[in-house]
Design a protein around this ligand. Structure first.
Ligand code: NAP
Length: 329
């Protein structure tokens, strides 16, 4: 019998070089192509042997993970860890790893894509060309608004928020304010950024960009009241998680022109149902959760996830553990 530890790869297939690297040291069970994973009986059987899990975007509940008595590491191919019950994992001594930093710049690019596309109505205008409806000079009803020189408000000034702010400050001469629970004086110095109370930031910004993790504290952080505070000229960009927004309230705000527009990479339910109003509104740019989805960045994320898992399985501290300090060991 092999003495290698068993690792399940789920939801995201690894590139051959990474798969081979993992297979050199582990027995790999590949469930990357399995749909409806949590109901799959083979997956349940595999859990009973698993020492490690590598994947993302699946809600790994305690009930599911109770079936994996040997589990040492859950290595998420994501920076967000809202799919995991961190207290449960920590109590069981299971290391949760994630992939910060390697996706920061690419995700900030996507946020800026949403800022520009929403301000200049790029998707709506491109659709007009595709449909053959560009029949004359574009006049005021189709004008957008400037991005350069405007006020950018970042809610959640961490790795990605700061990378978005740098693009705004140094690329587009925007003034930057931010809201976090704690002040970050290094960002304030670097970006001449002002910390503001949330209500003040929402009231004062031309662009509100959300980059907080989804947690009990941030769920539905943006509802009717917050959209009213933003006002009719504000563009709202969510690159974080759908759950930070009360989606029906946002839809109402967009329908009633309480805010100007929204650029959205994330939604309450993903994939976004085809009958969602958000898929059909002219003042919404909706992307299918592609924040980090480039060849280079997805490879770097998967590579870090593999390295994290291998380190834990060898008894070493991984590069990016999430719950290291909370572990009961
Ligand atoms: P990060 O460096 O931890 O930054 C998050 C920031 O949010 C921190 O500065 C934190 O500051 C602030 N924050 C946390 N809770 C808050 C609260 N209740 N109120 C106000 N501010 C709060 O994380 P990151 O690497 O930038 O990633 C951020 C999130 O982006 C991830 O968790 C993930 O959900 C999302 N994301 C999405 C995509 C995509 O594909 N769309 C890709 C990557 C990441 P304080 O602790 O000082 O409050």
């Amino acid at each position: 019998m092999s003495s290698k530890k068993t690792v399940i790869v789920y939801q995201r297939a690894l590139k051959p070089a990474l798969q081979e690297r993992l297979e050199r040291e582990c027995h790999v069970l590949d469930f990357s192509q399995t749909t409806d994973l949590t109901r799959n009986s083979e997956f349940h059987k595999a859990l009973s042997q698993a020492h490690g899990l590598i994947g993302s975007s699946v809600n790994l509940t305690p009930e599911l993970l109770d079936q994996a008595p040997n589990l040492e590491v859950v290595s998420s191919i994501s920076v967000g860890v809202d799919n995991y019950d961190i207290d449960y994992l920590s109590k069981r001594g299971i290391v949760l790893c994630h992939t910060p930093d390697v996706l920061t710049e690419t995700t900030a690019d996507t946020a800026f894509l949403l800022i520009l596309a929403s301000a200049r109505r790029a998707v709506e205008m491109a659709e007009m060309v595709k449909k053959g409806e560009w029949t004359g000079g574009v006049a005021e009803p189709h004008f957008g608004v400037d991005v350069q020189g405007k006020k950018l408000g970042i809610v959640g000034m961490g790795r990605i928020g700061a990378a978005i702010a740098r693009r705004g400050k140094f690329g587009f001469n925007m003034s930057v304010s931010y809201h976090n629970r704690s002040r970050h004086e290094d960002f304030e110095r670097e970006l001449c950024a002002d910390w503001k109370a949330l209500d003040d930031l929402l009231h004062d910004s031309d662009f509100v960009c959300v980059t907080v993790p989804l947690s009990d504290a941030t769920r539905h952080m943006f509802g009717k009241r917050e959209f009213e505070l933003m006002g009719k000229d504000t563009i709202f960009v969510n690159i974080a998680r759908g759950g930070v927004v009360d989606e029906p309230a946002m839809i109402e705000a967009l329908k009633n022109n309480t805010i100007r527009a929204a650029g959205l990479d994330v939604f309450d339910v993903e994939p976004l149902p085809a009958d969602s109003p958000l898929a059909h509104m002219d003042n919404v740019v909706a992307l299918p959760h592609i924040g980090s989805a480039t060849h280079e960045t997805r490879y770097a994320m998967a590579e870090l996830a593999v390295e994290n898992a291998l380190a834990v399985l060898k008894g070493e501290k991984p590069r990016a553990p999430y719950n290291w300090d909370a572990l009961k060991r």
